[in-house]
Design a protein around this ligand. Structure first.
Ligand code: MEV
Length: 423
């Protein structure tokens, strides 16, 4: 899809290639130059008290094949090695790449009911009036309903708390291509007076949950023994790499301290794509980490196993509360184009890309950590950052970074020494 030289080109030549691979119009292409730093009028419409903008690098992950289709994946983030790691993992998974699937895009809205005299009776009353409550909620978003979305279930949960028993009402809403926060919150508010009348209690919080257990995406990939051996330049056998990654996985599965960092690495990739598409990465973060503890112990979001042939199989399932319409997905001029570059046609499709990127990112970290260690990959860009930190400019940055990387001695003191040496 992109040329072999893509990596070695400068940003504007890379943009030329992406524009042609993704069929961008000249106007769309121009927006990257124009809004690489966001126009202040646009920014001012997005949040309050805007006084400037804050730019981050936009990179592209390559080599992704998802459900048989090649995809280019835009990523916004500040951390070196993430884009390279995802691309490398995707390349090693070729030619089959990632197989991904997703559930219907169902979010849950919560209504907290307090002061209910008889919880059992209240639950029965809500269930008996489900159709009427559904109709009332759906009336708040006829457009969503006309596109096949809307409320598809209402459930209740009893909650014992320090301030007495509460009834938590869950409104299940198929949000189609919207993330759905506004629609779900409005629906929860709309049915609250009815819930109060039916239960004799008071409705308090009316808000969606980010623990989107009914809106998930799953991705799997197989990394063959041959590809894994090659990834170490055959310094290790494929079997050794598979076993090392399985050991690393068991560590993350059984130890929350490791699982936390393991999942942070997964979110390195996922958040970067979520940001590039104008979606809410805090929502994704909250959902992912809460999902990781759904069985009572915080654990890895990915699982790994050995196939009968001895290859490595990876799998991830994550909640994917993301949309293609609404919020910054429409107001940020680049978000739409990033979706076009990815060739994403629905929120479910975006979720499947996110799951694939999360799995790729985790595999890249697991492979590096359990073989040569993570620092080698980080070293070059890290060295450049250190050089800049001590005041190097222009050609000095590359000179100092290269020297430190060669010496495998990357620190501020050495960078300063090298900077002063020249002066
Ligand atoms: C660094 O941003 C991410 C890693 O720590 C992830 C991991 O340890 O799995 C490398």
């Amino acid at each position: 899809m992109l040329s072999k030289e893509f990596k070695t080109k400068g940003p504007s030549a890379r943009l030329d290639e992406i524009a042609s691979a993704a069929n961008l119009t000249p106007e769309e292409k121009a927006l990257f130059a124009q809004y690489g730093s966001l126009d202040s009028a646009v920014a001012n419409r997005m949040i309050e008290n805007v006084f400037s903008t804050y730019a981050l690098p936009l990179g592209i992950a390559t080599h992704f094949t998802i459900n048989g289709r090649e995809r280019l994946i835009p990523m916004v983030l500040e951390e070196p090695s993430v884009v390279a790691g995802a691309s490398f993992a995707a390349k090693l998974a070729q030619p089959n790449g990632f197989t991904a699937s997703s559930t219907e895009p169902v979010m849950i809205g919560q209504v907290q009911m307090v002061g209910i005299p008889d919880l059992k009776k209240a639950q029965d009353a809500i269930q008996a009036n489900k159709a009427r409550l559904t109709e009332k909620a759906n009336a708040k978003d006829p457009m969503l309903v006309s596109r096949g979305g809307g409320v598809n279930d209402i459930q209740t949960r009893m909650l014992k708390t320090g301030r007495g028993d509460m009834l938590i009402v869950h409104l299940h809403v198929n949000c189609q291509d919207a993330m759905g926060a506004n629609a779900v919150n409005t629906m929860c508010e709309a049915i609250s007076p009815d819930l109060e009348a039916l239960t004799g209690g008071q409705a308090r919080l009316r808000i969606l949950t980010n623990l989107a257990i009914h809106r998930t995406a799953t991705a799997t990939a197989i990394w063959t023994k041959d590809a894994l051996a090659e990834s170490t330049k055959n310094t290790l056998t494929g079997e050794q790499v598979v076993n090392a990654i399985l050991d690393a996985y068991e560590f993350a599965k059984n130890d929350p301290f490791r699982a936390c960092t393991n999942n942070k690495g997964i979110m390195n990739g996922i958040d970067a794509v979520v940001i590039a598409t104008g979606n809410d990465w805090r929502a994704m973060e909250a959902g992912a980490h809460a999902f990781a503890v759904k069985n009572g112990q915080y654990t890895s979001l990915t699982t790994y196993s050995k196939t009968p042939e001895g290859h490595l199989k990876g799998e991830i399932t994550i909640p994917v509360a993301v949309g293609l319409v609404g919020g910054a997905t429409r107001t940020h001029p680049l978000a739409k184009i990033c979706l076009k570059i990815m060739d994403v046609k629905s929120a479910r499709d975006l979720g499947e890309v996110l799951a694939s990127v999360g799995l790729a990112q985790n595999f890249a970290a697991m492979r590096a950590l359990s073989t040569e260690g993570i620092s080698r990959g980080h070293l070059k860009l890290h060295a450049k950052n250190i050089a800049v930190m001590v005041g190097a400019q222009g050609d000095d940055i590359d000179r100092i970074a290269a020297q430190m990387a060669q010496e495998k001695n990357v620190n501020a003191a050495r960078a300063k020494e090298l900077l002063e040496k020249k002066a």
